[in-house]
Design a binder for this molecule. Structure first.
Ligand code: URC
Length: 327
């Protein structure tokens, strides 16, 4: 929630963990196919989301200061509103649903001046079943996936007679990638506090959240514009860049991932990263019948990086004489 119109006061309320499971939503089609990803769309036979909604409005002040509930929309009703509107949604994306439902709240309740909705996709994967044609994906049975998931935040505000989008961001969260060899970390500051040895071929395990914003938010909200970028494509770009590059650090790796995303998707304005270093501890360098090593979970504390990039970073990179080839 922004604090404008509210002076310096924080004031909002809402509902978290609104689980929405919609079957047979509109299939996602018309996306740009990129070399790094086999993703071509999604059937949306099952469309699952865990939503958090927060609403604001000056008229809610007396509910806090006087116990006056006359304008309070119960958070239980908000949950019902979201669930019932999932039946009316005609689009194919989580971002689109958040925008649709947020607008309906503002249109329905004049006391609401702003709505922020935050969602995490509940990922379901097709199971493979036997058939006379070999193994094929079931169109009826799905398994709950515990891997990474897509995320979205949409914020809308009333502006006179209109409703404006004031914030929109898409994400892939909790991506966990391990590369068994071909990463290093050397050349860092060495002083009396340094005990870490330099490494030129470490296994590198990263936890990664990637966020993106569109130049024109409508491209991310309206799947019929054919400019939607799916979280699976961003995930696959990250994996491809990790595979292809011998990275000297996580810092440089996420920069290269960002360049590749910006290059593939000129409709995006900004990419940002939060990464976490979970590199395993090496216990046995070389097993008896090599190659092979033995590792165990790392001990805390864990390092992290945060970085954001725009199309200007890609332009600067492309205008720079390159030694190592282009992204
Ligand atoms: O990729 C890395 N970046 C760092 O900044 C860092 N620091 C550290 O101890 N290990 C690593 N690895």
């Amino acid at each position: 929630m922004t604090r404008d119109q509210l002076g310096s006061r924080t004031m909002y309320y809402g509902k978290g963990d609104v689980w929405v499971f919609r079957s047979y939503a509109k299939p996602l089609t018309g996306i740009t196919v990129i070399p790094e990803s086999p993703f071509r769309g999604r059937e949306n036979v099952l469309f699952g989301m865990n939503i958090k909604i927060a609403v604001k409005g000056e008229e809610f002040l007396t509910s806090f200061t006087e116990g006056d509930n006359s304008l309070v929309v119960a958070t239980d009703s908000m949950k019902n509103f979201i669930l019932r509107h999932a039946a009316h949604y005609t689009g194919a994306t989580m971002e689109g649903f958040l925008e649709y439902a947020s607008r309906r709240f503002i249109e329905t309740y004049p006391q609401m001046t702003g709505v922020r909705m935050n969602a995490t996709q509940v990922p379901f994967e097709n199971v493979q079943i036997g058939s006379p044609d070999g193994n094929i994906p079931s169109d009826l049975v799905f398994k709950y996936s515990h891997n990474e998931s897509a995320g979205a935040i949409v914020e809308v505000e009333r502006s006179g007679e209109n409703i404006e989008i004031t914030y929109a961001q898409s994400s892939v969260k909790n991506l966990r990638l391990i590369k068994v060899k071909g990463s290093g970390f050397a050349g860092f500051v060495r002083d009396e506090y340094t005990t870490l040895p330099e490494t030129y071929d470490r296994p590198l395990f990263i936890f990664l959240d990637i966020h993106w914003k569109y130049k024109n938010p409508a491209d991310g909200l309206d799947d019929t514009r054919n400019s939607y970028v799916d979280a699976e494509q961003i995930r696959d770009i990250a994996a491809t860049v990790f595979h292809e590059n011998n990275s000297p650090s996580i810092q440089y790796l996420i920069y290269l991932i960002g360049l590749r995303i910006l290059k593939n998707f000129s409709q995006l304005e900004e990419i940002s990263f939060e990464s976490n270093n979970r590199t395993w501890e090496t216990i046995v360098e070389t097993v008896d019948e090599g190659p092979g090593s033995v590792f165990t979970e790392p001990r805390p504390p864990y390092g992290f990086q945060g970085f954001s990039m725009t199309q200007e970073d890609l332009a600067a990179y492309e205008n720079k004489p390159q030694e190592a080839g282009s992204v």
